[in-house]
Design a binder for this molecule. Structure first.
Ligand SMILES: C/C(=C\C(=O)SCCNC(=O)CCNC(=O)[C@H](O)C(C)(C)COP(=O)(O)OP(=O)(O)OC[C@H]1O[C@@H](n2cnc3c(N)ncnc32)[C@H](O)[C@@H]1OP(=O)(O)O)C(=O)O
Length: 354
């Protein structure tokens, strides 16, 4: 009788067996398609706290009832970073499990927040753009508008537009114009002469710093001291806890043959860690939204995520009198000072005079 577990026999069996594939290729997406994602997730206190603690997000309003009450929350709510990561994680099986790279995201908004532990997520995505990559024949570039809804009420809790490179089933010829344009675009860097940092983390400190910087060639731009070295928890456990099935985060065997040569950190972990560093130097009141997010290069186990912040503008138009609105650019960078993530963030920052 054939012993199927004999190594030689099994090797032959594997070679002849069809693989039941997961995920979709570029050709499977068409503009206007609506995908209802089957996985769902109950946003738990444990998941929220695990995400926040591992990414160094320690805003007391998300940890302590008295601080939550001061902010007008019924109890410590679900953090917007965890909500964003969970909304995206659920979509991976249908949108990007085939592989490819999470390139960027914009228009991240939270119309239905605050929300609390126990809320169940139902997520849907609409294909908004399918484009040829002019630099990489084996990929196309797909963008989706994704909405994370309260499964019970249908209220939209988190919405954004995200772009990934997605493998093509059939590679196409490209004209290489993307790479050529990039080569020609290399301008000399023109940084301001002087960088200043706000004295403190209240709204007034950002206003005062921007006023000081109003002279020519000065920017309000500073780095944050904390760094977070990536380990098995941040690289594999956090994405799996959001049902993110991208092999990039948990299949060392497959990733050994990829450009990174190893599993890589979920973009939302990199981003949330950098934001955690930035928030530790400010008095955050409420997150409003995020735009123009890009992931520039991979982060892997052993890499350390640091953060740099530039203050772009302030506006005294927050929903609460206790805060003012600040728009930031945050750049996450690694131990070799390479940018790994950048994006703009609009947040309400507490006033000292509250
Ligand atoms: C979730 C999830 C997966 C993950 O979380 S993976 C971890 C997060 N993502 C990454 O680590 C990717 C980091 N990025 C890179 O390593 C490089 O950017 C990459 C993807 C290797 C591309 O390198 P290139 O040097 O080839 O980069 P280009 O700037 O030339 O971009 C290639 C084409 O993509 C277009 N593109 C780039 N960024 C965006 C963007 N934000 N929005 C739209 N399109 C973008 C760019 O224009 C180039 O287009 P061409 O037509 O010229 O090819 C999960 O599975 O979902």
């Amino acid at each position: 009788m054939t012993e199927w577990t004999d190594p030689d026999t099994f090797a032959q069996a594997l070679e002849r067996a069809e693989t039941k594939e997961k995920g979709n290729c570029f050709e499977d997406f068409a503009e206007g398609d609506l995908v209802e994602h089957d996985p769902g997730l109950s946003l738990t206190e444990w998941g929220n706290e695990q995400w926040m603690s591992q990414t160094l997000n320690h805003d007391p309003a998300y940890w302590r009832s008295d601080a939550a009450a001061e902010r007008g929350f019924e109890e410590p709510p679900i953090h917007p970073d965890y909500l964003t990561a969970a909304t995206l994680g659920i979509t991976v099986e249908d949108l990007s499990e085939k592989g490819g790279y999470f390139l960027g995201r914009t228009d991240v908004r939270f119309p239905g927040t605050p929300i609390y532990a126990g809320t169940e997520l139902h997520v849907e995505s609409e294909v908004v753009n399918c484009a040829t990559s002019s630099s990489r024949p084996e990929y196309g570039i797909v963008s989706w508008r994704t909405r994370g809804k309260d499964a019970e009420t249908g209220d939209v809790l988190c919405s954004y537009e995200r772009t990934n490179m997605i493998p093509r089933r059939d590679p196409v010829a490209t004209d290489g114009s993307g790479a050529a344009a990039a080569e020609g675009d290399e301008d000399e860097p023109e940084l301001p002469d002087e960088f200043i940092a706000p004295e403190g983390g209240y709204y007034e400190d950002f206003v005062e710093a921007l006023e000081r910087a109003d002279e020519e060639n000065t920017a309000v731009a500073y780095r944050h001291e904390r760094g977070r070295t990536q380990d098995d928890v941040t690289v594999a456990s956090l994405p799996l806890a959001t049902l993110n099935t991208a092999k990039q985060h948990h299949n060392v065997d497959v990733m050994a043959d990829s450009p990174s040569g190893d599993i890589v950190t979920y973009g939302d972990v990199t981003r949330s860690t950098a934001l955690g560093h930035a928030r530790s130097d400010e008095e955050t009141w409420r997150e409003v939204g995020f735009d123009d997010e890009s992931f520039h290069t991979f982060v892997a186990v052993g890499d350390t995520v640091y953060a740099f912040t530039r203050v772009l503008e302030v506006e005294d138009d927050a929903a609460s009198d206790a805060a003012g609105t600040v728009r930031f650019q945050h750049i996450a960078f690694n131990q070799d000072d390479e940018p790994v993530y950048s994006g703009t963030r609009t947040a309400e920052i507490q006033k000292r005079s509250k």
